[in-house]
Design a protein around this ligand. Structure first.
Ligand SMILES: *Cc1c(COP(=O)(O)O)cnc(C)c1O
Length: 423
């Protein structure tokens, strides 16, 4: 086999054919591939991925399966459940750059909200649900702040697998819960928070054999690696100075670190960029651990308007710490007010994203203010979710006359004179 599971701590190895999510000692698992063997079989290089025209089951493949050799080299195409996820746009914006004080030529926003169900979760989902099929699993589950459940629901439907999603009561945006309902998955609203849901999912795996598709599932992270490779491909493999993105359960932090570590091993890049991970102040256990030299992770009760990162006990913490070490990374925290202001800017630039995604831009503003990120640096920010995921947040912001960038609607009579007042 070219791929196996390996404990990130002890290095103990397990077969890919085993259904498991942690090592015997409870530590997290990596999916590792034998890149020497992969390189013998395929001529992996920058040009290889630039020239390659990939297809899965007769369809042009998305950004994830374009990198199949480095994601899941041996899986038979018959198992693959794909919606051509990935191939998302890399935007530039004069408006956002000038608000930040960055050069418009050196600032990019990768919009992962332009995936099939509106978030980057689809990139991990295509790989993990493919493995669920390969392992002949009978049902799939997840705990979700919303986007994972939306993604699971769509992919489970395509794979014809029953799905059950657990969402915390009162903490999921309307766009997301409506997707889970519409795609037809069983949706259970738990009287508890995300961290309670996550604990139940881990128990359900052990006691009820339901296959979890959370980012504890190491195959999810294999798909999410491709966000970084796709950006590098879009930039002609020129490494930016910074990647900046939000951190909740820290799946992306972990996956992005692995993507760069592997790209360096494969000589696709010749230097490591730096990471800046942004948390919401009310849900910032990773930020606090970073400030304390990663001596310990203290779980907390999370509270923030950015529901996608409202997580107090991130399951991927050890992998995220490793990723920050690889990338000489930093962590910052921003208030809900800062997130909402950044969101108003991102939205008014005609790009738009959900609140958690805009923590990226709020954090960037703060780090530029502190001089940690310089105006001459090349920066790629990642927008993780679509603007339409959380319409309530937008309406609340713009109807509130006291918010700084409010754009409330006006009521007029049906006459051209009234209209004239606004032109
Ligand atoms: C899941 C999610 C996050 C958090 O990502 P992690 O990998 O758990 O840190 C951030 N933003 C959006 C929109 C999400 O759906």
């Amino acid at each position: 086999m070219m791929s196996l599971l390996k404990s990130i701590h002890s290095g103990k190895e397990y077969s890919l054919d085993e259904v498991r999510f942690t090592a015997d000692d409870g530590e997290l698992l990596d999916v590792v591939h034998d890149f020497e063997q992969v390189k013998q079989q395929y001529k992996i290089s920058k040009e290889y991925f630039a020239k390659k025209r990939s297809q899965i089951n007769g369809q042009p493949s998305g950004g994830v399966w374009h990198f199949k050799e480095l994601v899941m080299p041996e899986i038979n195409d018959d198992y693959i459940i794909s919606k051509q996820e990935g191939n998302t746009r890399l935007y530039r914006s004069k408006k956002i750059s000038s608000w930040l004080g960055l050069s418009a030529e050196r600032f990019y926003l990768k919009h992962e909200g332009e995936n099939p169900t509106g978030s980057f979760k689809d990139r991990g989902m295509t790989v993990a649900i493919t493995i669920a099929k390969y392992l002949k699993q009978q049902a799939v589950t997840c705990a979700s702040t919303g986007n994972t459940s939306a993604s699971l629901a769509a992919y489970a439907s395509e794979a014809e697998l029953p799905g059950i999603v657990l969402i915390p009561k009162g903490s999921v945006a309307v766009g997301k819960i409506s997707q889970a309902l519409a795609y037809g998955t069983k949706t259970l609203v738990v009287n508890g928070d995300f961290d309670d849901c996550m604990r139940m999912i881990q128990e359900a795996q052990e006691k009820l054999s339901a296959y979890p598709l959370n980012s504890i599932n190491p195959f999810r992270l294999e798909g999410q690696k491709t966000i970084i490779w796709e950006i590098l491909l879009q930039l002609g493999w020129k490494v930016p100075d910074w990647f900046i993105f939000p951190g909740g359960n820290l799946g992306n932090t972990s996956a992005f670190g692995k993507a760069l570590f592997e790209a360096y091993q494969l000589e696709l890049i010749d230097r490591m960029p730096r990471f800046a991970v942004i948390q919401a102040e009310g849900a910032s256990p990773f930020y606090k651990a970073y400030k304390n030299n990663f001596l310990e992770l203290k779980k907390e009760k999370a509270e923030t308007i950015a529901t996608a990162i409202k997580i107090g006990a991130p399951v991927n913490y050890p992998k995220a710490v490793r990723a920050l070490k690889w990338t000489n990374g930093i962590v910052e925290a921003v208030s809900d007010e800062e997130i909402l202001e950044a969101k108003a800017i991102v939205d008014s630039a005609g790009i738009g994203a959900e609140p958690a995604s805009c923590a990226t831009v709020a954090g960037l503003k703060k780090l530029i203010g502190k001089g940690e990120i310089k105006s001459k640096d090349t920066v790629v920010g990642i927008l993780t979710g679509n603007i339409l995921k959380d319409p309530q947040c937008i309406v609340d912001y713009h109807f509130n006359k006291t918010t700084p960038l409010a754009n409330a609607p006006h009521s007029i009579e049906a006459s051209i004179d009234e209209l004239k007042r606004f032109l």
